[in-house]
Design a protein around this ligand. Sequence first.
Ligand code: BGP
Length: 467
Amino acid sequence: MSVFPPDFLWGAATAAYQVEGAHDADGKGLSNWDVYSHLPGTTYQGTNGDVAADHYHRFKEDVALMAELGLKSYRFSVSWPRLFPNGRGEVNEAGVKFYSDLIDELLKYGIEPMLTLYHWDLPQALQDAFGGWESREIVDAFDAYARLCYERYGDRVKLWATFNETICFIGLGYLTGMHPPGVKDPRRALQACHHVFLAHATAVRSFRKSGIQGQIGFVNVMQPNDPITDSPDDVAACAWAEGGFTHWLFDPVLKGCYPPELLAAAQQGLGVPVFAPGDEALLRDNICDFIGLNYYKREMVAANNDVDGFAMNTSGQKGAGGGMGFKGLFKFVRNPKGVYTDWDWEIYPQGLTDAIMRINTRYGRVPIYITENGLGAKDPIVDGKILDQPRIDYLRDHIAAIGEAIKLGADVRGYYPWSFIDILSWLNGYQKQYGFVYVDRDNGLARKKKLSFDWYRSVIDTNGERL
Ligand code: BGP
């Protein structure tokens, strides 16, 4: 008997900027990533999403492959500037139609759509008009965009997520300066992050008013933290890491408020986030129906008196990354016994069980969808076949880890490996592959099934019994 419920959603995920291409087609406006990725030195070897996997023009072929794979659900994101070229105001009907057609195509094969409203591609026009996430004006603009999506797609889409991984677009955008708008300022980061939570809560409120018979959630990545030793300093550092990287981001959407001790520390130390009247009630009254959990790796933590900054490995040369941490608080350190990918991410399936159970412990038995999980690798091609056995091994062990969490009592309802097809990795170019489907960039973007494709089809066929 499978440990997975009979209606478990075996899925796969992508995001608009990483898969669609067609960055200026049919009236689409520019996103912050369309602009940022064209600035020298911002991405791996200057790669960008202008063409990506050209899913915009090939979505029927791609959905047919999803059907062949046996997917029960597909997680994708909508590009805000495709719908509102200026971020607000005039609607681009061609953009609305693209997602409408995509949704119809999915439903034709019985594939349930899961729609993410924001996977990092902000209309550049809103960045220029009022500084994007740094202004409260973004809340109304986001709500209007969300309401358009509810109105046009709500008759067919039942599973909705507002945001994907605030830690990345705010943390990398405003703390480390590696994503647009390339700012390095903790005060600005925390205030922008607050506006994300307000936009989320406002869009949840509108969702409930819309009468859509569905569920709305928020997608966060979790990197469960464990102290590298049991010394009080490392344990205390780990608590800071977990507070900042996990509780700060999960509490407002699942409990409706920030962790009080961290909020007090931030407001006393940095003077942010600044609340306006009504903010507290808005967050409190509009918590999520479910949480989307992205999991790739855990991070081990140590006390930190030296490292200040986050030198990520974006080349795929093992060991290319540098120190990562906030001086005086914590740093991430390598697990001497750990197994690591070429991008120095620890492969640790137990961490997925831990992540799910930590959510259960802190927030109760909230419905969970694993909205991303996967192995980024340069896949070997032998005699024209893509032999991604390491990906199969990675996914197998992580699916088993989800099974363990279900046995422990967690309510996990779906699994969306990252990613359905090979797409652009934001800072790592096209060489960091995640897909079940290979995109031959030397051969007109032809699609080819990888070894993992047949393996995952059999997993789905047997509802996770044959791993
Ligand atoms: C998540 C993002 C995805 C995807 C994934 C893999 O943070 O939601 O969009 O990019 O990570 O990350 P990377 O491409 O950096 O390997």
